[in-house]
Write a protein that binds this ligand. Structure first.
Ligand SMILES: C[S@@+](CC[C@H](N)C(=O)[O-])C[C@H]1O[C@@H](n2cnc3c(N)ncnc32)[C@H](O)[C@@H]1O
Length: 405
């Protein structure tokens, strides 16, 4: 967004219009035209419509707070979901820091949680328009200052805790118009090596990164926490100093009503890491456990075993109870079907299956192509899992077991 557009949006009589817009994607053109007819210039009308669209999308991350905020498309894409930001705040406030520096605060989601839960925050943002929007979004929190500047220029002696969420996208868009992700940690902004050096200068540090982070990059003695929220793996956060709870890797599975944590110390020794016979159930571990490399930590508590060494599915004979339920999706195995296309088709037709949902791990297939080539006649819908049992390729016919089922 241009700074002149933001300035116009912040004019009280223009901003007031935003609350009255009932945005529906199908009405976008009509909406812009109505706003122009009411006397607004075309750029301002377009900016209001785009803010209304972003507010609607932002409710998923920010809940009711979205209705009092402004956004950029990139800023919203990069913002932490509020329940996850609240978790960051609990972690970062645990050592009771006098000042948390949030360097690269974006639109302000993490800062909002830090200050909302009682912290004093010095937020810094390198992009001028984003910094101005963050100032606006955080206007009701009187323990926050937002400065337009670079993390690298911030005086770290001011902070008793440091929060970093480095930018990991280029401004270049891919074919679908989405910003492309950067994989080289030295190209993050600020860079990962700068972040690690800065962490040595403050009592407590948290660094939010993408969940695909190479485990080798986690420095010894740090805590690396992979987090999923409502089934989506959202980040790995690295904690150091007073912000660290327990060194090493852990996975935190956040849901609406519970948080379950699994630590690497729960992973069995190699010889206990059994590959076993297929049981009655297939378990798909939460993505945070998969990314953290902690799938086998579930074997003992779930009474489960691996189906094949490199594959992140487990099998067992009973459904998980208690906290274990939050850590896996469970499927009842109805049948083991042949992996070849012709015998598979025959088996599905015999069972009256006409539509398939395809999941896969350890199988080199393209689900859409398989679905097309199966050319099934009309019939029931079923879920197929293309995977391996030991070394053998198999297709499992499964039914998901949900709490309601
Ligand atoms: C991933 S976003 C932060 C999102 C934020 N934690 C939130 O939840 O809303 C990273 C932000 O860092 C800013 N940034 C990039 N390089 C920076 C630097 N060197 N100093 C300060 N900010 C920087 C980007 O403009 C971007 O807004």
């Amino acid at each position: 967004m241009e700074s002149s557009t933001l300035a116009r949006l912040l004019e009280p009589e223009v901003y007031a219009r935003l609350a009255d817009i009932e945005y529906r994607p199908a009405d976008e053109l009509a909406l812009a035209s109505r706003l122009r007819k009411s006397g607004l210039d075309p750029d301002t009308a377009a900016a209001l419509v785009s803010q209304a669209a972003l507010r609607l999308a932002a409710a998923e991350k920010f809940g009711p707070f979205a209705a009092g905020m402004l956004f950029t498309r990139d800023g919203l894409a990069q913002a932490t979901r509020l329940p996850v930001a609240a978790h960051h705040a609990q972690r970062m406030l645990a050592s009771d820091p006098q000042v948390i520096a949030d360097l690269g605060c974006g639109l302000g989601a993490d800062t909002m949680a830090f200050a909302g839960l009682g912290g004093t925050v010095e937020a810094v943002e390198a992009d001028e328009v984003t910094a101005a929007i963050a100032t606006f979004n955080l206007r009701s929190l009187d323990t926050v200052t937002v400065t337009h500047g670079r993390a690298e220029d911030y005086d770290l002696t001011r902070a008793s805790a440091l929060w970093l969420d480095p930018a990991r996208r280029t401004s270049r868009a891919d074919a679908r118009g989405n910003a492309t992700r950067i994989s080289d940690p030295e190209a993050f902004s600020p860079s990962l090596s700068w972040a690690f050096t800065a962490a040595e200068q403050v009592p407590a540090t948290g660094i939010k990164l993408g969940p695909a982070l190479d485990h080798e990059l986690v420095p010894p003695g740090w805590e690396a926490q992979w987090v999923s929220h409502d089934g989506d793996v959202v980040e790995v956060a690295l904690y150091h100093g007073e912000a660290r709870q327990e060194a090493g890797r852990n996975a935190l599975v956040l849901g609406a009503d519970r948080a379950v944590r699994v630590h690497e110390s729960e992973v069995p020794a190699e010889d206990e890491d059994r590959i076993g016979e297929l049981g009655d159930f297939l378990f798909e571990p939460d993505g945070a456990l998969v990314r953290a490399g902690l799938v086998t930590a579930l074997c003992a508590p779930l009474g489960a075993r691996r189906i094949s060494k490199p594959i992140a599915y487990l099998t067992g004979d009973r459904l998980p109870g208690g906290a274990g339920r939050a850590l896996v999706r469970s499927f009842r195995i109805r049948d083991v079907l042949p992996a070849g296309l012709k015998p598979l088709r025959r088996a599905l037709v015999e069972r009256g299956v006409g539509k398939v949902v395809i999941k896969k791990r350890g199988a080199d297939i393209v689900p859409d192509t398989v679905r097309r080539r199966l050319k099934l006649p009309p019939g029931e819908q079923a879920t197929l899992v293309f995977t391996r049992l030991g070394e053998d390729h198999v297709v499992l016919l499964v039914d998901e077991v949900t709490d309601a089922a």
